[in-house]
Design a protein around this ligand. Structure first.
Ligand SMILES: [Fe+2]
Length: 335
């Protein structure tokens, strides 16, 4: 008997965390904590658990010691423990690889791990250790002082299938999408949400499964300029990959940065309230450059060509369907 679609049987709350692989855990920690301004909650031998000022949970961004850069897994929070059991039954019904993950993540409860139809390893969990809220601990704010891990942006060869999976099976809303001209009129990218902003995840067309970036939300526009100044002062001027500028899609101010491993993140500020998952998305034509950049310089070639590798379901290797990851950024010579 059908368990019903996830949208009918479980309540996905929001993006929970993203795990970045790093070849130098302490260097990555210094970059994200001392320079960017994330907060270290806890650490074990292989992982450092970070959060932003608005986060009341143990971690929203995790650095993990690894042989190469890339993304370990993507985590979503669900409302209740029972959701996980119903989701497991549904994923099994769909024939997807699914298992209960081990308890290796500090602060995180029972975790259901699935390889979704796009090939991404997604962890779902309902329980995560509460930690002190830092919004009003102003004396602890430093760097760009990110307020939350806002979204993850991923690549797949069939973005229409990604849109169908997230809006159909999982019950995400779609704030905005990019599509090609009729008669094909295929979705090239979509911005998909469970929390009430523009997105928790964006699914774009590209060699995949691979990850393009994570978005760290900032509290005000000047924090983006301040972050650029601090990156330059610390010797990371060439790590500023694209922007600052303002997107057409999402209306957010942005700057894209490559960390010392070459992993990519976006400092993101000023998108808008959504909330109604049944509302019609804003539609952009693929040939309209304003969708990417309302103002600001066009993206460099590497922004389109380079992505972050993602792990296989058993975590033993990186998936092969990806363009090569760039070398560490400080030696990068702009074209
Ligand atoms: Fe983004």
């Amino acid at each position: 008997m059908s368990a019903g679609r996830i949208k009918d049987i479980a309540n996905i709350a929001r993006l929970g965390h993203v795990e970045f692989r790093t070849t130098d855990l302490e260097r990555a920690r210094d970059f994200y904590v001392d320079l960017i301004g994330l907060h270290e909650t806890e650490r074990d031998h292989d992982r450092i658990y970070l959060r932003c000022t608005e986060d009341k949970q143990h971690h929203t961004f995790v650095l993990r010691r690894a042989q190469s850069a890339g993304v370990g897994h993507i985590g979503f929070v669900v409302a209740d423990e029972d959701d996980l059991d119903r989701m497991k039954a549904r994923f099994e019904e769909l024939g997807l690889p699914v298992r209960w993950a081990g308890n290796e993540m500090l602060g995180q409860g029972r975790t259901l791990s699935v390889q979704d139809p796009l090939g991404f390893v997604i962890d779902y969990y309902a329980t995560i250790q509460p930690v002190p809220w830092l919004v009003q601990q102003y004396h602890l704010h430093k760097g760009a002082s990110p307020t939350r891990v806002d979204h993850v942006n991923v690549l797949t060869p069939d973005a229409q299938a990604g849109y169908d999976w997230y809006t159909g099976e999982l019950g995400f809303g779609c704030a905005e999408l990019t599509e090609s001209d009729p008669p094909e009129q295929r979705i090239w990218a979509s911005w998909l949400f469970r929390k009430s902003t523009v997105h928790d995840i964006a699914v774009m067309t590209g060699a995949g499964p691979a990850a393009h970036h994570i978005g760290l939300s900032l509290g005000d526009p000047l924090s983006i300029i301040r972050a650029c100044d601090m990156l330059a002062g610390a010797g990371y001027a060439n790590s500023i990959e694209r922007g600052p500028g303002r997107h057409g899609i999402s209306n957010a101010l942005f700057v894209y940065v490559r960390d010392p491993d070459g992993n990519r993140f976006e400092l993101y500020m000023g998108d808008y309230l959504t909330g109604n998952r049944g509302a019609e998305p804003i539609r952009w034509n693929l040939n309209n450059p304003v969708r990417q950049t309302l103002w600001g310089a066009p993206p460099p070639r590497r922004w389109f060509e380079e992505s972050m590798a993602v792990e296989t379901f058993d975590g033993s290797a990186l998936q092969a369907t990806r363009p090569p990851l760039m070398q560490a950024v400080p030696n990068y010579v702009p074209d």
